[in-house]
Design a protein around this ligand. Sequence first.
Ligand code: NOJ
Length: 484
Amino acid sequence: MRPPTASSAAEPSNSPELVVYQIYPRSFQDSDGDGAGDLNGITARLDHIVGLGADAIWLSPIYPSPWADGGYDVADYEAVDPSFGTLGDADALIAAAHQSGLKVLFDIVPCHTSIEHPWFREHPDWYIWSDRDGPQNNWRSAFGGSAWSRDPVSGRWYLHSFYPEQADLNWRNPEVPRAFANVLRFWLDRGVDGFRIDALDRILKDPELRDDPPASGPPPLPELGLAEPLDFRHSRNAPDVGVALAQLRAAAGDALLVGEGYLVSDRLAPYLEYLDACFSFELLHAPWEADAVGAAIAAATRVGKAAWVLSNHDFARLPNRVGPENVRAAALLLLTLPGMAFVYQGDELGMADGPDEGHDRAGRDRHRHPMPWDRSPNAGFTTGEPWLEVVIPPEGPADAQAENEGSMLAWYRDLLGLRRDLQGDVEMLGAAPGVVAFRRGSHLIALNLGDAPEAPPPAHELVLSTPASNLVALAPGGAIVALG
Ligand code: NOJ
């Protein structure tokens, strides 16, 4: 284990350009025929990720969970859910990943626990309670409705920023950060290289639990199911969030910490003081239009330490969001920007959303359909009954795409290979309407988000391009990387 160091408290030492492959463990590979993915399945498929050229894997939560929120309702942070395997399987996966040159990031959920976590009964003072017989204030849950629910056991009302099954922890009680320091050390001792940290903008709230004022305009990032728009001044993004982040950083030492805060870039500076990177959600939500995409890139690069992401287990997959004709250009953008880049499992195969047949009340299971590996029954994902239907993407399952130089998988491999040659900051370039163009060192990147062919900025040697685009004309949905 890396001992925590004093200097790391304020100066994260990682400044990574890593490509991180996000695994949603329940949908990656089943090894025991129960229809749900597991750790041994991931270990057996690491070659796919190595072959892609990724540097690291991030596993969405693998902890015991009643699965009210797809594993983000954790009932024990220091164990593995039996459906995923054992602690021994986790050790074997970490060792095999390291053997293959991959770093391993786990997912840590410090904002809330499952109400079935023993802490909820054993340490009620670790949670946030109303002192009224009803909600303490007007705060809303991310999924809509009041953020307060009545605990049928005690009769008291507790805060939940997400589903009612996820009670918010009180990070102002020093025992909570201490408990999480133990959790981080537990996994660091087992060899993980870092963490993706969930919902950090909600970790600390207004100590007086004051009402959020009404919103003065539309939310800066889209909200899931929120009926009543509020200005989340008191329920999120507390001015003293650095106190909690410093505690996490001190516990993590120099391990990699990537923050998930659902905030626009210009709010991220206090987080980045302690973290190696934060997700840039503006780009993920930007309409696929040159002005909006250009503005999202400019905003995040101004702040720095971006973790670029275009899809994950919470939001529409790329073909659904940008349109199938733009997916290759979107991947090119994701993988040519400086900073960390996160590739969600299946995007490298061109997977689209599946049918909404799942359990998630917010309808997000359609973004979580299992990986299609081959043409065997259930596409090689499971020998049992898959927990969600396996849908084969238009370009075929992984094994077929691996053999085809024109496939989406080959495109991702080419991009990951090229990425190693890219250096320098982003310099945005003027371009034709509908075109986003920027320079990184001697490389020029341009993509056409419009409906008509456009000329790219001048360049002299084509390095990589989508079909039908070149140094003279960018097809709609086309993109190039050139020297120029
Ligand atoms: C963000 C996670 O990605 C999402 O799946 C989850 O519902 C919320 N945080 C709450 O943990």
